[in-house]
Design a protein around this ligand. Structure first.
Ligand code: CAA
Length: 261
């Protein structure tokens, strides 16, 4: 369990087997600066290594998951500053987390906030969630994965409107386009995300991690390479005690007891 005293911009807690990271910069609508992103990645890494956590949830407040990268943090930066500053790289570091990460999104989910949700493995949205990439309004384009991950998620036509004309997607649109997994009332979206994380935490841990890895590879490699990796990982799972236990339990009509090895 991460130590809360190490963090200024996030609140960490454990809910059952779910590791919860809440962005906590209410005065800036949870805008993301380097310090916040660094804390967020550090907390995820600690949960990733914890035996009693199987899945993580990132959330913000009901009003704002995050209004994006902190504009005040970047406004006076030069191009060279932006290239050298270890900032947008933080979003890519979510790829190094082995356990699944769910974004529980309510209210504003804009710019770098939307890109953070897109870098997660699943999105549970509240009915008030508003997804967008409004960087065009401040003279730039999405810089932390939005042009790529949003296009993969919703397709070129919608991504073009979102990035070039500040089209905002409602929670229902996000669900219809396959960006969000589910939509829940504002009062219960976080509980639903935590419940989903706890359900996943009860599954065979090695299979969960490898399943996450290979599904994410579908966005990185060719179909032939992806299928090759899937076959290798599928075969590799037959070396785990959990595969023997899972198949025996099904045949014996009893619940499986996972060991994570
Ligand atoms: N960065 C820094 N501060 C931000 C912020 C951001 N992205 N978004 C909001 N804030 C701050 C505001 O400056 C304001 O602070 P003060 O009270 O000190 O003035 C506070 O949060 C509340 O914001 P508003 O008064 O603007 O609230 P609102 O309800 O009227 O509007 C909003 C809400 C529509 C989300 C509006 O705040 C807004 O448009 N924010 C900017 C959204 C944006 O452009 N995001 C993209 C950022 S760039 C990026 O993310 C690049 C990338 O790809 C990495």
């Amino acid at each position: 369990m991460p130590n809360q005293t190490s963090y200024k911009n996030i609140i960490v807690q454990q809910e059952g087997k779910a590791g919860l990271v809440q962005i906590n910069r209410p005065d800036a609508l949870n805008a993301l600066n380097s310090e916040t992103m660094s804390e967020l990645i550090a907390a995820l890494q600690i949960f990733d290594a914890a035996d009693d956590v199987g899945c993580m949830v990132i959330t913000g407040s009901q009003k704002a998951f995050s209004a994006g990268a902190d504009i005040k943090h970047m406004a006076n930066a030069s191009a060279v500053d932006m290239m050298n500053m270890e900032f947008v790289e933080y979003w890519d570091r979510l790829k190094t987390i082995r356990k699944p990460v769910i974004a529980a999104v309510s209210g504003w989910c804009l710019g770098g906030g939307c890109e953070l949700a897109l870098a997660c493995d699943m999105i549970v949205a509240s009915e008030s969630a508003k997804f967008g990439q409004p960087e065009i309004n401040i003279g730039v384009i999405p810089g932390a994965g939005g042009t790529q991950r949003l296009t993969h998620a919703v397709g070129k036509a919608v991504a073009m409107e979102v990035a070039l004309n500040d089209r905002r997607l409602t929670a229902q649109e996000a669900l219809n386009y396959g960006l969000a997994n589910r939509v829940a009332p504002v009062e219960s979206y976080l509980d639903e995300a935590i419940q989903l994380a706890n359900q996943i935490s009860e599954r065979a841990p090695v299979a969960v991690q490898l399943g996450k890895e290979v599904i994410n590879q579908a966005f990185e490699v060719s179909l032939t390479e992806g299928l090759h990796l899937e076959r290798r990982l599928f075969a590799m799972l037959f070396s785990t005690e959990d595969q023997k236990e899972g198949m025996a339990a099904l045949i014996e009509k009893r619940p499986a007891e996972w060991k994570g090895r």
